[in-house]
Every structure is written in structure tokens, then in C-alpha cells.
Design a protein around this ligand. Structure first.
Ligand code: FAD
Ligand code: NAI
Length: 477
């Protein structure tokens, strides 16, 4: 007889592994199937996020920032380091070590919580009474397990540019972009989204000449306009990325050692760029190929996503889906929260994921982070708002850090004073945004933040001042 489980999760990324742990905590017999292997063929849990996404990109961002500071920043502090050399092999090995620690940590958590882990591709085989039969395939090895509930958490993969294949030698997706063995002289990036800006920053800081070609006429259209404008200035003038918006990518020719990209600029002029490597980062598409969705009638929508309701339920009995494979932002923390919520719903609880209060962070220098509505959204929705803003150049801690670029902006309802959005470009924006998230989850007003004691000297004082600014009573500007 097949092995039986209450809950089987397909996919072991931040959506899937968290769902599996929570389901096991709630007393369900739980299995998680994941196909990712490391270089020696061992299972490497954690999905895109831990293996080829969030964590390795942040490792390289930190290493490259350290290098950049050693070359360009330390002298300001009176520290002369002489000639600084970069060892890419060591940098990549450090990144891999961090990945291994994280993925090994998930294997440990699975053991601790008694989650059974299967290595291989999971797909729907059939319905057997009130159970789902799931096939697990790893090469020639095939087994079938049965589950009452199935959670699909198969994540996403790179959106391909038509007419050019990713080979991860010359034309790279996120996986290749995180593993370039030597600093390329000329690096092309198609797409000035989150991956383009983060990976472009890494290789630019390490010495590459980086050109970013973006189709949209405006830079970072999803961000607050003022933040996007400031970020564009820093990323082009200080980081040194050559970003061109409004381009149309034409023919791409992959040579033996380089890649030629023909493109048209916003004015309609034909351009040609030759790169040593080209990163394609034009968004990601849901991973549903191997699920055998048609055989069981699992609905995939026109965007390639598994179709779900507000509670992550599919139309099939006891089949759920979470994370990048469904609607909503492709973010690890969103996937994890949905994983927890689904496990709790299976247990009959009534959890809630507040999609209006999901933080966004772009780990460039300076960092960009926001939560809630942008000014342009509030205007479009006709919501009357007030704003408070504070520059990091007037914050003592930022000056001491030597990171005094950017600002914090708080937007609050003009009548109720409830915080509607917080937008940051500046040092440790990724950490600062949490205070705004907590405040918004508790329906705080700008006055609430204004009346909270913030440690001095700290970057959080900029948020405090922005809150005071909503009532036109900033103390330090
Ligand atoms: P995934 O993490 O994609 O995991 C899905 C897993 O399922 C994978 O291991 C896959 O191999 C496996 N799988 C697929 N099909 C099957 C199958 N049929 N059977 C078995 N296994 C299967 N988000 C952030 O919030 N912060 C960041 O800083 C950030 N940085 C990123 C940097 C990069 C370069 C990239 C590419 C992404 C980044 N993201 C970041 C996005 C984040 O990685 C995803 O939103 C997140 O991983 C989605 O989680 P998931 O569990 O839905 O899917
Ligand atoms: P993205 O959606 O952030 O950016 C893609 C960019 O490519 C867009 O600006 C789009 O206009 C542009 N584009 C699309 N087609 C194009 C074309 N043909 N020519 C030129 N430009 C084109 O997607 P990205 O950067 O690939 O990342 C995928 C997802 O991964 C993100 O949406 C994000 O959810 C997640 N991610 C999150 C990170 C974080 O939270 N810090 C870091 C990296 C990725």
C-alpha cells in the first residue's frame, strides 16, 4: 500500500517548507516533495529563495558592498587599505556555504517536526476515494504516495525572452547571474526590475561595466514616484549603472564569446550593444509544467498561475496552492504567510493574510523599501492624505555610518490620521520598514509613531521625524 499522509506539499521553497512545518506542528502527518538537488545530487530544500534567489543574492550584495567600501569608502574614515583585490572564487564559495547552512537548516527542521521529505518531482496521478494519489519521480525511481490534502507550492522560473535561450554561460537567468566565475568587462541586463537592479549592482560594484535595458518608459513603476526618482539618481550616478528606459529589444545574437543585443531607444533610434554576458531578468512565470494538472482538472489561468480563491483554495477538493505559483507578489514572505495560513485552514482555524500590508524591499545601495499605498495611488483613488518626510542627511546615525542618502516618507489619511503608506530609500530600509508594517497592521496613526520613544542615535528616528512631519511638527528639519 502507498504511504499515507494527511498533508502532502509539492515544492520545498519558503511557501512549501513553511506550510509543511506548520501542518506538522498542528498534528498532521505531513510530507514535502521537492526536486532541487545540490552539486553532488543531495536534496537541497528551500526552493528558489535559498538556492538561487533571496539568500545567495544577499550574500553577493554584501560581499560586493564590502569590496566597494574598501575601495571607495574606507578612505573617508581615515582608513587606507592600499590595493584591494577581489577573489571571486572565494566570494562564490562563501555564498555556497551560506546556502548550505540554510538548506541544511530546513532538513533539520523537517526532522525536528517529523515532516517526511521526498526527493523528486511530484505530480497528480489520480483521485482514489477521498485521497489524492501523488507520484514522486526522481530519474528512474517512481513511487506513489497518498494524501487527504495537497498544497501546491511549486514556485516560479525565469520568463524567457523569445528567440534567445538561457545557457547560463553567456545568457544568464538568476542562477547564472549568481555564479559568474570572473567579473565580466561588459555586462548587459534586460529588465530594470528587482533582479536586474540587485544583480546589476553586485557586478557593477565588482568592476563590470553594466548596462540595464528596460522596456517600461518609467523607472520602477510600482514604487512611489519620488522614491523611484531618488533611487534612479543614486543607482545611475553613484552605483554607476547605465539604465535606459523605454527600450524595445530586437534581435539578440549569441556569439562564441559575446552576445549582441539590437535594441531601439525611446526616441526610435536603432542601437547595438555587445556584452560579455547578458542577464535576462524580465520577470518570472509560475512553475506548473510537471504537475499533470489537466489529468485531474486543476485549473491554470491565462497567466499560467494555479487558480485559487482568496483563501488559496483551488476548485479541486482539498487541493490548495500558495506562493509564486498563484496570484499576488512573488515574494518569499508572502509565500510563507500563505503556507502558514493554509495549514491552519486545513486544521479548521481562521487565519488571515493581509495583502495590503506586505513589505517590498530592493536591496540596492541605498536600499529601497515600502509598504502600503504610494502617493500616486492615493491621488488616483481620490484619497485625501497628508505627508511627512525626513532626509537621512539630517539623521546623526546615518551621518556616522557614512550612509546619509535618501529619505523616509509617511503618508497618512488627512481626516483619520491612519497611516496609509511608508516609503524609504536609504540605509537599512529593509529593517526600518518593519516598524511601518507593525504600525499599519495595528491601524496606527502617524501620531502613534510620533509619540513613541525611538532610540538615539538610530536610523529609526527618521521614521519618527517623518511621522511628526505628518502633523507639520518635525523637530530636526
Ligand atoms: P520557490 O521558492 O520557487 O520553490 C518552489 C520549489 O518547488 C523549488 O524548489 C522547485 O524546484 C520545486 N518544484 C517545482 N515543481 C516541482 C514539482 N513538480 N515537484 C517537486 N518540486 C517541485 N523574495 C523576497 O521576498 N526577498 C528577496 O530578497 C528575494 N530575492 C530574490 C532574488 C532572486 C535572484 C530571485 C530569483 C527571487 C527572489 N525573491 C525574493 C523571490 C522569492 O525567491 C520567491 O518569491 C519565493 O522563493 C517563492 O517561494 P515558493 O515557495 O512559492 O517557490
Ligand atoms: P520584475 O518584475 O521585478 O522586473 C522585470 C522588469 O523587466 C520589469 O521592469 C519589466 O518592465 C521589464 N521587462 C519585461 N519584459 C521586458 C523586455 N522584453 N525588455 C525589457 N524589459 C522588460 O522581475 P525580476 O526582476 O525578473 O524578478 C522576478 C521577481 O522576483 C520579482 O517580481 C520579485 O517579486 C522577485 N524578487 C524579489 C526580490 C526582493 O524582494 N528583493 C529580489 C529579486 C527578485
Amino acid at each position: 500500500m502507498s504511504q499515507q499522509f494527511d498533508v502532502v506539499v509539492i515544492g520545498g521553497g519558503p511557501g512549501g517548507y513553511v506550510a509543511a512545518i506548520r501542518a506538522a506542528q498542528l498534528g498532521f502527518s505531513t510530507a514535502c516533495i521537492d526536486a532541487t538537488k545540490d552539486a553532488v545530487g543531495k536534496q537541497s530544500l528551500g526552493g528558489t529563495c535559498l538556492n538561487v534567489g533571496c539568500i545567495p543574492s544577499k550574500a553577493l550584495l554584501q560581499s560586493s558592498e564590502n569590496y566597494h567600501n574598501a575601495v571607495h569608502g574606507f578612505a573617508d574614515h581615515g582608513i587606507n587599505v592600499g590595493t584591494v583585490k577581489v577573489d571571486i572564487a572565494k566570494m562564490l564559495a562563501r555564498k555556497q556555504d551560506i546556502i548550505n547552512k540554510n538548506t541544511g537548516g530546513i532538513a533539520y527542521l523537517f526532522k525536528k517536526n517529523k515532516v517526511t521529505s521526498f526527493l523528486g518531482y511530484g505530480s497528480f496521478k489520480a483521485r482514489n476515494g477521498d485521497k489524492w494519489q501523488i507520484e514522486v519521480k526522481d530519474g528512474d525511481k517512481v513511487e506513489v504516495i497518498e494524501a487527504t490534502h495537497v498544497i501546491i507550492a511549486t514556485g516560479s522560473k525565469v520568463r524567457q525572452l523569445p528567440g534567445v535561450a538561457i545557457d547560463n554561460q553567456l545568457v544568464l537567468d538568476n542562477e547564472g547571474a549568481l555564479a559568474i566565475p570572473a567579473v565580466p568587462k561588459k555586462l548587459g541586463v534586460i529588465g530594470a526590475g528587482v533582479i536586474g537592479l540587485e544583480m546589476g549592482s553586485v557586478w557593477k560594484r565588482l568592476g563590470a561595466d553594466v548596462t540595464v535595458l528596460e522596456a517600461m518608459p518609467t523607472f520602477l513603476g510600482a514604487a512611489d514616484e519620488q522614491v523611484a526618482k531618488d533611487a534612479f539618481k543614486y543607482l545611475t550616478k553613484e552605483t554607476g549603472l547605465a539604465i535606459t528606459n523605454g527600450v524595445k529589444i530586437g534581435e539578440i545574437k549569441v556569439g562564441k564569446k559575446d552576445v549582441t543585443v539590437n535594441w531601439t531607444d525611446a526616441a526610435g533610434a536603432e542601437q547595438k550593444s555587445v556584452f560579455d554576458k547578458l542577464i535576462v531578468s524580465i520577470g518570472r512565470v509560475p512553475n506548473t509544467d510537471g504537475l499533470n494538472a489537466d489529468a485531474v482538472g486543476l485549473k491554470i489561468n491565462e497567466r499560467g498561475q494555479v487558480e485559487v480563491d482568496d483563501d488559496c483554495r483551488t476548485a479541486l477538493p482539498n487541493v490548495w496552492a500558495i506562493g509564486d505559483v498563484i496570484r499576488g507578489p512573488m515574494l518569499a514572505h508572502k509565500a510563507s504567510e500563505e503556507g502558514v495560513a493554509v495549514a491552519e485552514r486545513i486544521a479548521g482555524q481562521h487565519p488571515h493574510v493581509d495583502y495590503n500590508v506586505i513589505p517590498w524591499v530592493i536591496y540596492t545601495s541605498p536600499e529601497i523599501a515600502w509598504v502600503g499605498k504610494t502617493e500616486q495611488q492615493l491621488k488616483a483613488e481620490g484619497i485625501d492624505y497628508k505627508k511627512g518626510q525626513f532626509l537621512f542627511s539630517a539623521n546623526g546615525r546615518a551621518l556616522a555610518l557614512g550612509e546619509a542618502k535618501g529619505f523616509v516618507k509617511m503618508l497618512a489619511d488627512a481626516k483619520t490620521d491612519r497611516i496609509l503608506g511608508v516609503h524609504i530609500v536609504g540605509p537599512f530600509a529593509s529593517e526600518l520598514i518593519s516598524e511601518a508594517v507593525v504600525a499599519m497592521e495595528f491601524n496606527a496613526s502617524s501620531e502613534d509613531i510620533a509619540r513613541i520613544v525611538h532610540a538615539h542615535p538610530s536610523l529609526s528616528e527618521a521614521l519618527h521625524e517623518a511621522a511628526l512631519g505628518c502633523d507639520k511638527r518635525s523637530l530636526h528639519s
